[in-house]
Design a protein. Structure first.
Length: 503
């Protein structure tokens, strides 16, 4: 077991990549490629379950660590580790990928091999982001996510797919350059890319000219993460990318890729720059609140089902940023839980939208109406996921948003009050959308004969539905591991506050 402990992160990270490499040499038999991709993604998920099963919840700091010298000059290490935050994001990634394979079984009929290769490469890059503790390795995986996602959108998307892919690539790549500059400055002063070494040096005051550069370093990381979230007003790439992406691309984009930004804020902005995080929190929380309310209001007027779900992501991720910069235990616990709950619920919403697109080849809400009559099982799944997304008690959306709003209210009452309006708006746009799509008479004759969910589609939808229920009923299964990691993240901020009070 000790040997597996030290290699489990490497296995989970690179099993999908190994599968992708094997697919390169596989014959072009589409059914075999789909089955092989499903097996590899399921293997990665099973391996990732080792992390929560053997995680020491009473232990703070990183677990399952591996630290090997990689490149001697500059000093780059293959340093990986997981805490209660990154561990669950890894499991979320491996959980959603097999569902993406299943949901793409019939919808992808051209260049099938290339599609599943890109999907598996993307999975490796996403996992690598969450477990990397060397900033060079982190940046490598961060940038590695761009290529497969842009190709998935540009090659397999709809409508203006090339425009959406280029816009996504340029936005996120240009923003990442600021983070690269900050990373190189830290390396030049400290001589290491290691996150723990850099964090220790900063806290001990061993970095020359750090106070003069701290604001710019903080902003360098923050801009890269804010674009990825995306935080208002840097969000304009997201609706285009979602609407034009294939279903699997939208699921991983909303379910995991956006969490790279909020994870980065929690790990690097708070972890390396606690003083700057506290100083800049007021305007960041204002942007988060604008994102919550603006995203919800724009979602309400969308005529396109997929664009409505995309704007709902902007609103929900605003809750995460609000919780992170509340600097409270409840806020950070809630922010992490919202990341996971949003990945499950919104990933399922995009799968449900994709299933409808396969049947009607449109996302326009006006084209539907009365679908509960020909598709009762589909309508039931859709309603359950809608209720989880809007935060119904006993489902996953409620727990995280309640904790975030509690933390925001503790930080400043007006933040909690304004944030709570986002919950009301989300109920409005989601329930109104559901009413227009599923209730009333069947307006379009073609909708009367739409087939209900088949066995494959039900198999893909049951796991997120069950996860939404279990997360709502038993949130401590997740929070018991998240809590110690949050306490570690908050410790320097608490020390900073005590020093300010002492003056």
């Amino acid at each position: 077991m000790t040997a597996l402990h030290s290699t489990i992160l490497t296995l989970v990270t690179f099993v999908p990549l190994a599968g992708a490499l094997l697919l390169l040499f596989a014959p072009r038999r589409d059914r075999d490629i789909r089955i092989f991709s499903l097996v590899i993604s399921l293997l990665a998920f099973i391996l990732s379950l080792h992390l929560p099963v053997h995680f020491q919840r009473a232990q703070t700091g990183f677990q399952y660590e591996v630290d090997k010298a990689w490149i001697p000059t500059p000093h780059i290490h293959y340093h990986m580790g997981a805490d209660g935050i990154s561990m669950w994001l890894v499991v979320l990634t491996t959980f959603l990928t097999p569902l993406c394979v299943l949901i793409s079984w019939k919808s992808i009929n051209e260049r099938v091999k290339e599609f599943f290769i890109l999907l598996l490469v993307l999975e490796t890059a996403l996992i690598g982001v969450f477990v990397s503790l060397d900033l060079f390795l982190f940046y490598f995986f961060w940038e590695a996510t761009l290529i497969p996602m842009a190709l998935l959108i540009g090659m397999y998307g709809h409508g203006r797919k090339v425009y959406a892919a280029v816009k996504f690539f340029l936005y996120t790549m240009i923003a990442s350059v600021f983070m690269l500059a900050a990373i190189l400055w830290l390396y030049a002063k400290i001589g290491s890319f290691d996150f723990v070494v850099i964090q220790t040096a900063i806290r001990n005051g061993q970095v020359e000219n750090f106070h003069a550069a701290a604001l710019w370093l903080f902003l360098g990381f923050f801009v890269a993460f804010a674009v990825k979230v995306p935080l208002f007003p840097l969000h304009t790439w997201l609706p285009d990318a979602h609407v034009e992406a294939p279903t699997a691309g939208s699921v991983l984009l909303a379910g995991v890729l956006l969490k790279m930004g909020t994870y980065g804020m929690l790990r690097f902005n708070l972890g390396l720059f606690p003083e700057q995080s506290r100083n800049n929190a007021p305007w960041i929380m204002v942007l988060a609140l604008i994102g919550i309310i603006y995203g919800a209001l724009v979602a309400m007027v969308q005529p396109n089902l997929k664009k409505l779900i995309a704007y709902s992501s902007i609103s929900h991720l605003g809750f995460v940023v609000l919780g992170i910069f509340s600097f409270t235990q409840a806020g950070l616990d809630g922010a992490t839980f919202v990341m996971l709950a949003h990945g499950v619920s919104t990933g399922a919403l995009f799968m449900l939208a994709g299933i409808l697109y396969e049947r009607r080849h449109t996302y326009e809400i006006v084209e539907f109406g009365g679908l509960a009559t020909p598709m009762p099982v589909y309508a039931t799944f859709f309603l359950f996921i809608v209720l989880s997304s809007l935060g119904l008690p006993l489902l996953n959306g409620f727990v995280g948003e309640f904790l975030v709003l509690s933390g925001a209210f503790t930080s400043r009452a007006v933040y909690g009050i304004l944030g709570a309006t986002g919950v009301i708006w989300s109920a409005c746009y989601l329930l109104w959308m559901y009413q227009r799509v599923f209730f009333g008479k069947v307006r379009e004759p073609v909708n009367q004969s739409l087939p209900d969910l088949d066995i494959r589609e039900q198999i893909a939808l049951w796991p997120p539905a069950v996860a939404a229920l279990v997360m709502g009923v038993a949130p401590l299964l997740w929070l018991n591991a998240i809590d110690p990691a949050v306490q570690v993240a908050l410790a320097p901020l608490a020390q900073l506050a005590s020093r300010v009070v002492g003056r």
